[in-house]
Design a protein around this ligand. Structure first.
Ligand code: DGL
Length: 269
């Protein structure tokens, strides 16, 4: 059986990979970091569809038997359409995150920290209200957080101020639950825990997404627990930051996008 493929605009999806490795340690994984197109947050749905479809095609060409969109922006904007186009199982992080948040809230007020595109898509409020119509959902677009994590800036004044600016407006709305609606944000947990009061629950969709994958993916014949990495740009920086976040050696192979007649194609360098 083939590996499980995952992708994100950069290091964010590693927060999903490490949760998957916890629940499915014997699986082999292929991780595609689209550092060439990072950040996804300011991009349009049309642009993201083109990018995401080419990454899915690439992962399937690497024999992946299932794909996890380890990215909230892709899960919000592209996953529903992609599910209609591919036969292979496709998983996302948004619905598992929405379900978890709807279960956790006690006062029915949930805040969502996410990229501009995820907030604009309204996918979190729609998903949460489809589960529990009475819940109020407040979104906060955080332009600077994912790029900070991508550079490995997880502490210090700049990161602290950025986290503060994103979280405070949601706290002022009286939320008792905060969804980390971008896979880069769990790496800011130490800072978030300093800013967010203890009576507010933090929900990391990655944990819940990994359990959903576990429930659907048959591990009857498993691999050796190996992960292969690809990065579409800035390989040295991705390697440095990814190794710091995972505490393990990462040796990504360089990949690039080529414009073809029928869309984008990912090729190995
Ligand atoms: N990590 C991604 C997400 O979950 C995308 C961050 C970005 O590239 O803007 O939304």
């Amino acid at each position: 059986m083939g590996p499980i493929g995952l992708f994100d605009s950069g290091v964010g999806g590693l927060s999903v990979l490490r949760q998957l490795q916890k629940v499915l340690p014997q699986e082999d994984y292929v991780y595609f970091a689209d550092t060439f197109h990072m950040p996804y947050g300011p991009r349009s749905k049309v642009e993201l569809e083109r990018i995401v479809f080419s990454i899915c095609d690439f992962l399937l060409s690497q024999q992946c038997r299932a794909i996890v969109m380890a990215c909230n922006t892709a899960s919000a904007l592209v996953l529903p359409h992609a599910r209609r186009c591919y036969q292979e199982p496709l998983f996302g992080v948004l619905l598992p995150g929405a379900r978890a948040a709807a279960q956790v809230t006690r006062n029915g007020r949930i805040g969502v920290l996410a990229t501009e595109a995820t907030i604009r898509s309204n996918a979190y409020p729609e998903a949460i209200r489809s589960i529990s119509p009475g819940i109020e959902v407040y979104g906060q677009a955080c332009r600077s957080l994912a790029p900070l994590v991508e550079q490995g800036e997880l502490e210090g004044a700049q990161a602290r101020n950025a986290v503060h600016q994103c979280v405070v407006p949601l706290l002022l709305q009286g939320v008792d639950t905060l969804v980390l609606g971008c896979t880069h944000y769990p790496f800011l947990l130490p800072l978030l825990n300093q800013v967010v009061p203890p009576n507010v629950s933090l929900v990391d969709p990655a944990e819940h997404a990994a359990r959903e994958v576990l429930a659907h993916v048959s591990s009857a014949v498993s691999g050796g627990g190996n992960t292969k990495f690809y990065a579409s740009g800035g390989v040295p920086q991705f390697t440095r930051v990814a190794e710091g976040l995972l505490g393990a050696t990462v040796e990504p192979q360089a990949a690039r996008f080529r414009i073809a007649a029928n869309g984008l194609i990912v090729e190995l360098e």
